[in-house]
Ligand binder design. Structure first.
Ligand code: UD1
Ligand code: CA
Length: 453
């Protein structure tokens, strides 16, 4: 049985931010949310978040995650002091406590599982995660005997010059046999450079403590400032991109592309430079996205192409071609084999199969049949200043260039709208509609005018 405690009470002074450190976002999710995700597979019996600095904001940000408990550390006197706050909440508890710093967003669940296993198999009083860092500056240094039994942990600020040479660091992840820890917690002292109660001091007082090295030290990067936040994002992106490239996706110039972990890509998808894929986006095989494209929370079928465009909350069926410079939003749905071209915006609009909207159009709240051709510059006037109204367009209908469809309005099947029309009334099947004044030509008008001058 394991209870998890996450340290999230600190301000994070080095972030130089009004936002508490643990709420800073890394690739769409906060640091503390990511820590919670990494403990989820351990199925902890309780998850306790220790909050303090801007406690209400931190709690509010995590409200949607039920089964979380919050314990308040009203003054932040150090990581040991933070864990002291658990004493009244874990009275009589006889299992293990897994403690994680809240600024450790990249740690893998598998690493935590291994740590817990080693802890339990060796009947340790505590087991801590360590790493050998090329640049250990800022981290607590861990000193062990030959059997990986921890002798001492010394914070960077408290190290002698010789101790600072040690590259083995404390990752900020600890397994404790709770009862052993509970005994030593009340006796911690703040005799150190920061005048804080260190959890790391408790570690060496509880009994046999073992150190376990993490395989990939990038996992345990602690986020203390914006540089480390950016470095963590890079590591995260590296992980995601490697995964998709191994799965058969081509990334052209991967450094210029960003992909959220929530995105799903199929083999033989090609992602061109300067493209960003976000949220719950799925892209089927054979599609080619970019360059210069943003796709967010959208589903793209097979063999779709999208160039220099923005697509949010939309669905695009197979073989459709989008862009350059198109904007799809608000649950736009594009059928198969459609073309949505240059400077076209679709909002809450459904295009039937093989429909073209190729140039300079805005379609809002519109439904079209199949094989419709929307002429260059056709606009739906869907908003009367108060309400939005729908436009319906039947199969094989074509609108002439620069026509306005004033909603609510319905055009039947096989309708032809003359160029420059302002259509305000419904049009039955098979009709031509001309809704503009007839052209008037006055021969010799210029000469008459001149003679009057
Ligand atoms: C801590 C460790 C250090 C380790 C490093 C790993 C201590 C004394 N030092 O140092 O050995 O190498 O993490 O990243 O533990 N917090 C509270 N209440 C407090 C103070 C901090 O909840 O009173 C929380 C912070 O919000 C943060 C975590 O504890 O999530 C760690 O605090 P931080 O100040 O970042 O510790 P480090 O100096 O990085
Ligand atoms: Ca830290």
């Amino acid at each position: 049985m394991v209870v998890v405690a996450i340290l999230a009470a600190g301000r994070g002074t080095r972030m130089k931010s009004h936002l508490p450190k643990v709420l800073h976002s890394l690739g769409g999710r906060s640091l503390v949310e990511r820590v919670l995700e990494s403990v989820e597979p351990l199925s902890p019996s309780r998850q306790i978040v220790i909050v303090g600095y801007q406690a209400e904001e931190v709690k509010a940000a995590m409200q949607s995650i039920y089964s979380l408990e919050f314990v308040e550390q009203t003054v932040q006197l150090g990581t040991g002091h933070a864990i002291q706050q658990l004493l009244p909440h874990l009275e009589g508890y006889t299992g293990d406590l897994l403690v994680l710093n809240g600024d450790l967003p990249l740690v893998r669940a598998q690493t935590l599982q291994q740590l817990l296993q080693t802890h339990q198999e060796n009947h340790n009083a505590a087991t801590i995660l360590t790493a050998h860092l090329p640049e250990p500056k800022g981290y607590g240094r861990v000193f062990c005997n030959g059997e990986n039994i921890v002798q001492q942990i010394v914070e960077d600020k408290d190290c002698t010059a010789a101790q600072r040479q040690n590259r083995r660091i404390n990752a900020g992840v600890y397994c404790f046999r709770w009862q052993n820890l509970a005994e030593v917690l009340p006796h911690l002292e703040a005799n150190n450079a920061q005048k804080e109660y260190y959890l790391t001091d408790a570690v060496t007082q509880v009994g046999q403590v073992m150190a376990v090295d993490v395989e990939d030290y990038q996992e345990i990067l602690g986020i203390n400032d914006r540089l480390q936040l950016a470095a963590a994002y890079e590591i995260l992106q590296q992980r995601v991109k490697e995964k998709w490239m191994i799965a058969g996706v081509t990334l052209i110039d991967p450094n210029s592309i960003t992909i959220d972990e929530t995105v799903e890509l199929h083999p033989d998808v090609i992602i061109e430079p300067q493209t960003h894929l976000r949220g719950n986006t799925v892209i089927q095989t054979g599609s080619r996205i970019g360059p210069g494209t943003l796709i967010e929370n959208s589903q793209l079928g097979e063999n779709v192409t999208v160039k220099y465009s923005v697509v949010t909350d939309s669905i695009i069926q197979a073989k459709s071609r989008i862009g350059p410079y198109a904007h799809l939003r608000g649950q736009a749905q594009v059928g198969t084999g459609c073309r949505v071209g240059n400077f076209v915006e679709l909002k809450n609009t459904k295009l039937g199969d093989r429909t073209n909207v190729a140039h300079l159009s805005y379609l809002g709240d519109t439904t079209t049949g199949t094989k419709v051709n929307i002429g260059a510059g056709t606009i739906t006037a869907n908003y009367d200043g108060v309400n939005k109204h729908p436009t319906k367009i039947g199969d094989r209908t074509a609108t002439g260039s620069n026509s306005v469809l004033v909603a609510p309005v319905t055009l039947g099947d096989d309708v032809y709208v003359a160029a420059g029309s302002a259509v305000t009334e419904d049009v039955p099947n098979d009709s031509l509609v001309i809704a503009r004044s007839r052209q008037v030509v006055k021969p010799g008008w210029r000469q008459k005018q001149k003679s009057q001058e």
